[in-house]
Write a protein that binds this ligand. Structure first.
Ligand SMILES: Cc1cc2nc3c(=O)[nH]c(=O)nc-3n(C[C@H](O)[C@H](O)[C@H](O)COP(=O)(O)OP(=O)(O)OC[C@H]3O[C@@H](n4cnc5c(N)ncnc54)[C@H](O)[C@@H]3O)c2cc1C
Length: 294
């Protein structure tokens, strides 16, 4: 029987997973496959491939996901967004994935192409929210569907209460797990988990971590996470900003510490945003002595 993220989450112990994005050039393609080969021996629970806001990389997401399924021992999760697709196109993609043996999908609304903060415009014959896409994927095939969660609330949410209610609606539509946007302080994850639990949500929420390997990640983090980088931690990085090696070492140390705290708190899984590089993830992995699982 085909394995799913649901199966991995049902097993004892946390899941460990890695996220990649579809490369744009041949060189980047080589880099991605090198990274995949370097991470494969760690035997992650699954790996996921993001879906671009538009353009040619969208087809690459599907191709890469299918190639991971056919050419590696890894279990791929295909990200899919509602941006710019009609329901008929989304159904065709679902059929394509299913026929290639890809049964795991992360269903997202996506952001407007060009300007992530711009006005969201639904495709005339498409769907409005991630919950609609979850429903569509669950109705169309035997997919295990995950969704996004936001420790600081989604930037478009009117309030944290509403964010939580819409998150729970997305799970009730058929999502079986969630992966968080990146965060850097354990309490930010715990507050999200508490909010969801208090509102009756039971879906496992996997923690999404991105090791800080340079100051650029800190500068761009608000764009992804929707919240400023934590001030106290930011000051510690700023103090060593003149020395890239120290920034990187601090990033690996802090991510390892964060992952350790999350594991102590019983997090169901940890998902590494790899940026298509393996070294930082492997270093955090080694610090956590995850080699014991091999
Ligand atoms: C783990 C992870 C992976 C990601 N991967 C990708 C990717 O591969 N490609 C990509 O383009 N983007 C990706 N994103 C970003 C994501 O697409 C954006 O953050 C997007 O703006 C929101 O997507 P969503 O699925 O959370 O949307 P939704 O769950 O639809 O939520 C969007 C907003 O609408 C609100 N809302 C939801 N339902 C309703 C309703 N019924 N009525 C009123 N309001 C509602 C929500 O509260 C929220 O404010 C990812 C994010 C995460 C955390």
């Amino acid at each position: 029987m085909t394995r799913t993220v649901r199966d991995c989450l049902a097993e004892a112990g946390p899941t460990f997973s890695f996220e990649f994005f579809p490369p744009k050039t041949l060189d980047e393609d080589g880099q991605l496959w090198q990274t995949i080969r370097e991470l494969e021996p760690l035997r992650p629970s699954f790996v996921s491939v993001t879906y671009g806001a538009g353009g040619s990389t969208r087809a690459r997401t599907i191709e890469i996901t299918e190639q991971i399924e056919s050419d590696t021992t890894l279990m791929p999760v295909a990200h899919l967004t509602a941006v710019g697709h009609s329901v008929a196109e989304l159904r065709a993609i679902a059929g394509h994935l299913a026929s290639a043996g890809v049964t795991n999908v992360l269903a997202l609304r996506g952001d407007p192409p060009g300007d992530p903060n711009g006005e969201w415009v639904k495709h005339d014959e498409g769907v409005e929210y991630a919950s609609d896409l979850v429903r569509l994927m669950r109705a169309h095939g035997d997919f295990c569907v995950g969704v996004a969660a936001f420790p600081y609330g989604h930037p478009r949410s009117v309030s944290l209460e509403d964010d939580t209610a819409q998150f729970i609606a997305k799970c009730e539509a058929g999502a079986e797990y969630a992966i968080t946007q990146m965060f850097f302080v354990v309490d930010d994850y715990l507050r999200l988990r508490d909010r969801v639990t208090a509102a009756g949500g039971e879906v496992p929420i996997i923690a999404g971590l991105m090791p800080v390997t340079n100051m650029g990640i800190i500068r761009r983090s608000e764009q992804f996470s929707g919240a400023p980088f934590p001030a106290k931690l930011g000051a510690r990085f700023a103090a060593v900003a003149h020395d890239p090696k120290s920034v990187r070492a601090m990033g690996i140390y802090e991510t390892s510490k964060l992952a350790e705290r999350l594991l102590e708190e019983g997090v169901p899984g940890i998902h590494f945003y790899t940026l298509n590089r393996s070294k930082a993830t492997r270093e955090v992995w080694a610090n956590l002595a995850l080699g014991a699982r091999l």
